[in-house]
Design a protein around this ligand. Structure first.
Ligand code: SF4
Length: 554
């Protein structure tokens, strides 16, 4: 019943500060959609940034829609916008911002609930245009290609004005708009694409010109007590499994002055600043930033840190700034696997960071580990246990251990790797849980069946998208039934891919050269590490060499 969604959306709106209410008359209406709960979506900075950039345009009205209001991932009622409680089908354009593959189910389900055909070929000019962007579809747009009219590959900030100029072209037909979009850098229009189509990943050259921070404030979200501030984008460490490390190359940072200016404004809304980035502690001015923010009376929060770059100064500022949990991602326990994944954080650095945290009275340490990596053995799993035990000996508080099954990601050196069989993953997780069972250690494994679903979506092709579009209720049973009906198997997408074989995501030109990825994959198989990237100095992976190419497109 739509009235329930309307009432819920009005309650949410009443608890916000910063929402933009615009008259629709004569404007392009854009539904900015996050295919997960309001609670999760409102802590996603892409949503805040897109919302600000869309509404900066006088000829655009942008309203937010989530697959679930509150903490619920999805509702039964038709989705409506927060600002005017209009249904999804009322909008000219539906723009999905998608970070994770498993949210593809919510995306399809939102269209279903709105009564909008899920396949692009079944929608004509009477239906909204469906666009999508975000790290997951940018890495591999194929699974969403049958569902979306257009996909934006990469970072959209610099390209958004041109994109909106096309969408607001008066009198243009749907076909005209799609044909023009297909000529724009970063835009992939599946219906107009062919075998040879290639789309160049877009990225923002000057982050200081495009602030990324919270713009709408509510306490009903994961980091509701914080002003979230992106301090850097990408990471140059070259971990071979990591999508963020490759999807956001080259690594870039915002200048200290730019960050302090945003923080000053942020402190008029919140008492704590949440520092966001794939490698926050790698920011060259992180200590000065933290000390200055503390001087401004700010509390501090942070996503995960690298144990080999976190300083005592920074940890002290975090502790004084009301951060209670130190989050680290050692990923593995053995030196051999550290070289294979190319995340060479020595054990003593991890232990040093934990000891410092103990000294600053952090209440908990959260550790991220991956199981199922290429070349992994049971002994490697026992090395994780050994590392965690050393950590518990040096830390009096709670040790939280998060275990994630390895999912091969497109555009990384591990894009060819097989995903480990379910029974191997379950056995390794069980081995860790048994070995770490103690009062001080809280073990949280992620679901193996859903990780394998993520694996299929991450490296899937358009056939997977066709199956996805048929799903009306979200469950493993419905997913497996849809795969069977489409004559597909999970296994065919999770096996090792032969080098040189065509890949569903080859439509994307990331700038990282395939030869470099092959070299890195081979280095992993030889248990060899490789140096991190040095923007402005090296052209190793090709991205910085590709810069000049993209410049010519401007
Ligand atoms: S060319 Fe070098 S500096 Fe640039 S992204 Fe690649 S590895 Fe990093």
């Amino acid at each position: 019943m739509r009235w329930r969604s309307i009432a819920a959306a009005r309650r949410v709106l009443a608890q916000e500060k910063g929402a933009v209410i615009k008259d629709w008359g004569g404007r392009l209406s854009v539904a900015l959609c996050y295919p997960n709960s309001y609670y999760v979506g409102m802590s996603n900075l892409a949503m805040h940034t897109l919302y600000r950039l869309f509404n900066q345009r006088g000829d655009v009205v942008c309203e937010r829609i989530f697959s679930g209001l509150g903490r619920r991932e999805r509702e039964n009622d038709p989705p409506v916008s927060i600002e005017s409680q209009r249904p999804l089908s009322d909008f000219d354009v539906i723009a999905f911002s998608v970070s994770y593959e498993l949210d593809y189910f919510n995306l399809v389900e939102m269209l279903h609930r709105a009564g909008i055909p899920t396949l692009a070929r079944e929608r004509d000019a009477d239906w909204p245009l469906v666009l999508v962007g975000g790290p997951a579809p940018s890495a591999n747009p194929a699974p969403l290609a049958p569902i979306c009219d257009a996909l934006f590959i990469g970072e959209v900030e610099e390209r958004l004005p041109d994109l909106l100029d096309v969408l607001t072209t008066r009198g243009a037909t749907r076909e005209d708009i799609l044909a023009t979009l297909a000529t724009q850098p970063g835009l992939y229009v599946p219906a107009l694409a062919n075998e040879g189509t290639r789309v160049t990943r877009q990225w923002v050259r000057d982050l200081d010109s495009y602030p990324t921070h919270s713009v709408v404030f509510t306490s009903h979200t994961e980091f509701g007590d914080m002003f979230l501030l992106e301090i850097s984008r990408g990471c140059g460490r070259g971990c071979r499994f990591c999508l963020a490390g490759y999807a956001y190359r080259p690594p870039r940072t915002r200048h200290l002055d730019t960050l302090l200016e945003s923080a000053r404004d942020g402190l008029t809304h919140r008492k704590r600043i949440g520092l966001v980035g794939a490698a926050v502690s790698d920011h060259p001015a992180i200590d000065r930033l933290a000390v200055t923010l503390r001087g401004m009376g700010a509390g501090l929060g942070v996503s995960s840190l690298r144990a080999d770059s976190v300083s005592e100064v920074f940890l002290r500022c975090l502790a004084e700034g009301d951060t209670r949990t130190l989050t680290l991602a050692p990923e593995v326990g053995s030196g051999r696997l550290r070289r294979i994944i190319n995340k060479n954080i020595p054990e003593d650095k991890v232990i040093r960071a934990v000891r410092l945290a103990a000294g600053f009275r952090f209440e908990a340490v959260k550790l991220y580990f991956i199981v199922g990596l290429p070349g992994e053995s049971d002994e490697d799993i026992d090395e994780i246990t050994a590392l965690v035990r050393k950590i518990t000996r040096g830390f009096p508080g709670l040790v939280k251990v998060n275990i994630t099954p390895f999912v091969p990601k497109p555009g990384t050196p591990f894009q060819w790797a097989a995903m480990a069989p379910a029974d191997v993953l379950e056995a390794r997780i069980e081995r860790l849980k048994r070995a770490l069972a103690s009062a001080q250690v809280e073990v949280t494994p992620e679901s193996v069946p859903w990780a394998r679903v993520q694996g299929v979506l991450a490296r899937g092709d358009q056939h997977v998208g066709e199956a996805l579009a048929q799903i009306t209720s979200i469950s493993l049973r419905a997913w497996n039934a849809a795969l069977r009906k489409a004559g597909l198997t999970e296994e065919e997408y999770l096996v090792e891919r032969p080098l040189g074989a065509p890949l569903p995501w080859q439509v994307v030109e990331t700038g990282v050269e395939t030869e470099y990825l092959i070299q890195e994959w081979r280095a992993a198989l030889d248990s060899k590490g490789s140096p991190e990237c040095l923007p402005g100095v090296c052209e190793t992976c090709g991205v910085c060499r590709a810069v000049s190419v993209t410049e010519r497109e401007r």
